[in-house]
Design a protein around this ligand. Sequence first.
Ligand code: SF4
Ligand code: SF4
Length: 402
Amino acid sequence: MSDPRALKTSSEVSVRLAAEPRGNNLGQCQDCGACLSRCPLGESVPEMNPRKFLHLVRNGFDDLALASRFVWTCTLCNRCTHDCPTGILMEEVVRAARGVLSSRGELPKPLALGITSRLETGSVSEVPKEEYIEHAEWMAEELGMELDDPSITFPMDQPGARYLYLPNPRELTVNPGIFSANLKILHLLGEPWTLSSACSDVTNWGYFTGDDEAARKILSQVVEAGEKLGIETLVVTECGHGYKSYTYDAERWLGRPLPFRVEVISRLAAQGIEAGTLKVDPSKNPGLHTYHDPCNMGRKADLLDPPRVIMNAAVSEFVELSPNRMESLCCGGGGGVDRVPESHDVRNQVGGLKIDQIKRSGADIVVTGCLSCQSTLGALAQHHKHKLKILTLGQTVANALV
Ligand code: SF4
Ligand code: SF4
């Protein structure tokens, strides 16, 4: 008997979609329109209509679907299909479309270049191994000066360590303060941890491009390094798609279970605060703060309570955005959109909703749990001429440490 969930088309996109393990049942769409009513993209730019895109794919109109600007402006945030009555996942549908473009060599240039760099050098930003090691040594020296303890070093390639920390390249280039904050947290947690000279990049742009083979190769670089060191847990930085990929997609890409647990630094920090290992003084973070739930961390990977533990303990005044948690509005730059300059006009328009939401909260300091959201929020604040200070959860904790 044929699968009643299958699409009545053999178009390239639907064949890719059929291979996805979940949320691929576009043939069951009831045309209820809930996805359209919940999409911030469609709300601010009416021609970006998720239901229309789903219709094109469902009816096999690949050419129209693939030529649509929607493919590279949808942020894969899944807010639209969070309450889909049939469990369709927009992220899977758009990734299937992007996968076809990827197989034809029609990716946006920055994404194509980033994937090549990552596969060839191990770093999407081409940070050389020697530079990574030097960077870690510099951070250890800085912490040694701060804590008046010159004996502090950060372990590199330490076999048998419990935790392996994996940063985002932004920590090694434009934002070393985040690297410093997260390494300080790991140092003070007191568990055996290490960095690996073989892997310094949490990102996996195969997720953005729907290229599962590239995703598998990128993932394998990290898995091999973790296996070699015999770690118990891979601790990833606050990278939304990175954490979500390791927790929800990695096993499928790899074709076997991951040989280690995966955790995110912000949850470890929240646990450290609750256990009293990390002592924080909220007066060290003065002013009214709010928290932006990144889609990948919150809605998709259920990291909702630990950020509130941090916000309630480490800042002097905290106000929630509305809506928040599972209903959070995307910043507009997720799903690789931030890396596609041709989509920035739309991103800035969609992000206006986020800036308005922040303005309504009254806060002028926004904390978020994703470096990509942090970068997008900075660009949006500049575009909409709204003065904001934007911190990660790790920076917030590190600022407040006693
Ligand atoms: S919410 Fe789900 S069932 Fe309703 S129109 Fe959108 S995809 Fe179809
Ligand atoms: S931008 Fe988000 S809410 Fe809109 S269609 Fe894409 S995944 Fe759905």
